[in-house]
Design a protein around this ligand. Structure first.
Ligand code: ZN
Length: 321
């Protein structure tokens, strides 16, 4: 299929103005630090890993403008793929995810230390020292389709427990990552079973929905409190959503990958649907049925908006408990 099969979702959020954060004492553009005299957690909050996902950048911009400072340790705020974000065009809002390649697939030593060049590799190489020093990483994303917020933890129990303890309605997704490259949140020590570093990726909701900004603010503040950088009483009025007992985690077991450009779901899945019976057809790919592999299979982030060969169209998972 060619052309533009999708109507873009409404752009309800105005993109942030980030030029004021370009100049940086660190020498790396769009990296801002807020430090306390007392030692403490080394917190890194990243936004715009994908250039069209700016709800997290809005929350981070508000945080920086608020003047909040950590009680101990350091909070580093990074606007990652600013080159892609600079191309954001509300009339083609899906087009500015990246410039050359997905910034969130280059986080292996082989790619970062390799000879290949791209806009995203150059930026990842600049940001790498901040990722390497972080004890706590919160990476703020959003989703192609309208969906309740998700907290993507990777497989390590410490990250799952941290995410469940935040007290948000975000559905914890236990997920090994992508076959086509390593995510920033899985880089190096963040993926070591014996370590203590924490990494969490928020999928706040649809990219340009105002509820995604609410979710990003809420998770950002809860993350800063849970890491010890802020006290709960420091959080400005209106930033936190009510405490919620989170649902049990969903563990991703399978990824459905497009084998053709003729891939379509059998209905307008939004994510979170539980398909009771194994063998239920959920999509067709080049005329072949795509079926659920087991009973009570949960669909996670279904989307064909970025369809190309090899792209993940939906994750399949089991709900704990
Ligand atoms: Zn993203």
């Amino acid at each position: 299929m060619s052309g533009q099969p999708f109507k873009a979702h409404a752009v309800s959020l105005t993109p942030p103005e980030l030029s004021g954060w370009a100049a940086s004492a660190t020498g790396v553009a769009h990296v801002q630090e807020r430090s306390a005299a007392a030692s403490g957690p080394e917190v890194l909050v990243t936004a715009l890993v994908h250039g069209n996902e700016y709800s997290g950048a809005l929350a981070l911009d508000e945080f920086l403008r608020s003047g909040l400072r950590p009680r101990c340790g350091r909070i580093t705020a990074v606007f990652c793929n600013t080159a892609a974000f600079a191309r954001f065009d509300a009339s083609q809002p899906d087009a500015s995810r990246f410039v050359d390649e997905d910034f969130n697939r280059v986080w292996s030593p082989e790619r970062l230390d390799g000879a290949r060049q791209s806009t995203e590799l150059a930026r990842a190489r600049e940001i790498r020292p901040f990722v390497e020093r972080a004890t706590h990483l919160l990476d703020l994303h959003s989703m192609h389709e309208p969906c309740e917020p998700l907290l993507v933890t990777g497989l390590l129990p410490r990250n799952i427990a941290f995410a469940q303890g935040l007290g948000t309605a975000g559905q914890v997704i236990v997920d090994a990552g992508h076959a086509d490259g390593v995510r920033m949140r899985d880089y190096g020590p963040f993926g070591e079973a014996g370590g203590a570093r924490l990494a969490l990726l928020l999928e706040a909701g649809q990219h340009w929905a105002s509820s995604s900004l609410d979710a990003a603010r809420n998770v950002l503040m809860r993350f800063l409190v849970a890491s010890g950088a802020l006290a709960r009483g420091d959080v400005p009025e209106g930033w936190l959503l009510p405490d919620v007992l989170p649902p049990p985690p969903i563990t991703v077991t399978d990824r459905v990958v497009a084998k053709s450009m003729d891939f379509a779901f059998v209905q307008d899945f939004r994510g979170g649907e539980t398909i009771p019976q194994a063998g239920t057809v959920i999509a067709h790919d080049a005329g072949e049925p795509v079926v659920t592999p087991y009973d009570d299979c949960v669909l996670v982030m279904p989307s064909v908006r970025q369809l190309r060969l090899g792209v993940t169209t939906v994750r399949l998972g089991r709900r704990a408990g």
